[in-house]
Design a protein around this ligand. Structure first.
Ligand SMILES: [Zn+2]
Length: 249
């Protein structure tokens, strides 16, 4: 990722070098590492280029009936999906945000979610259109606020949406915190600001659990409005945020 140019450095160990946001894959994905056939494999050994696209190809031995290994494999796939050897630089702030994500004490699925959020890879309608999915203009609005000039885009959902703003404000009041500047244009900038404002005010590690609880609940509420006709009740979302952040904190 970014700081590692693999084409120049084929000898970077796939499992045991901190090449993904400052962490080793053997630590992030211990179950996959356990069954990897070649624990010394380099990044270059672990995939191949085909028509300008990188394909990961990890050799391992496993029992396909073992559900635990399936979930280990999908965690690894979730991480690798967004990473390939010669990817253009991840900017410094983004790398810092990803590092914080991986240290957070939250369930793995939440980490993968936050990873995708920071990398701007969540399937918002704007992202889907970018990937060639056809969505009518009238369907592009954000279903949380339903405002005519809104767009179902990750930064909107997490930061700019009227519903998101009300929720963040409630969180700021709950934590007795000065709000994050709303002009941030990217989610990872929001995370880093929130993180620095909350530092030393709550137990170490809770800053990020809270931020993840808010974004996780916003994303789930957004999905609920689209797929289950839910209304995205603000009090209910805030209740869930508090519950998760205590649970994970
Ligand atoms: Zn909205």
């Amino acid at each position: 990722m970014g700081d590692v140019e693999i084409r120049e450095g084929a000898d970077i160990p796939f499992w045991n070098c901190k090449w993904i946001a400052g962490s080793k894959l053997s630590i992030l994905c211990p179950n996959s590492y356990m069954i990897a056939t070649n624990k010394e494999a380099s990044v270059e050994d672990s995939g191949f280029w085909l028509e300008d696209r990188w394909h990961w190809n990890i050799a391992w031995e496993w029992d396909q009936n073992n559900a635990e290994l399936w979930s280990a494999a999908s965690l690894l796939a979730g991480i690798l999906m967004e990473v390939w050897p010669n990817q253009d630089g991840v900017c410094e702030n983004e790398a810092a945000a990803l590092k914080i994500v991986w240290k957070a004490k939250v369930p793995h699925k939440v980490k993968v979610f936050a990873w995708r959020l920071v990398r701007n890879r969540l399937p918002s309608k704007v992202q889907l259109v970018r990937r060639g999915v056809e969505i009518a203009d009238s369907e592009m609005i954000c279903n949380l606020c339903n405002l005519n000039n809104s767009q179902d885009d990750t930064t909107h959902i997490m930061v700019r949406c009227e519903v998101a703003k009300k929720i963040w404000n409630a969180v700021y009041i709950w934590l007795n915190l000065q709000g994050v500047n709303e002009v941030v244009s990217l989610c990872h900038e929001h995370m880093l600001q929130f993180f620095s404002k909350l530092k030393n005010k709550v137990d170490k590690g809770r800053e990020i659990s809270i931020w993840m609880a808010v974004t996780w609940c916003l994303w789930r509420a957004r999905n609920g409005t689209i797929f289950n006709n839910e209304t995205g009740d603000i009090d209910e979302i805030i209740f869930k945020i508090k519950t998760y952040s205590w649970w994970w904190g």
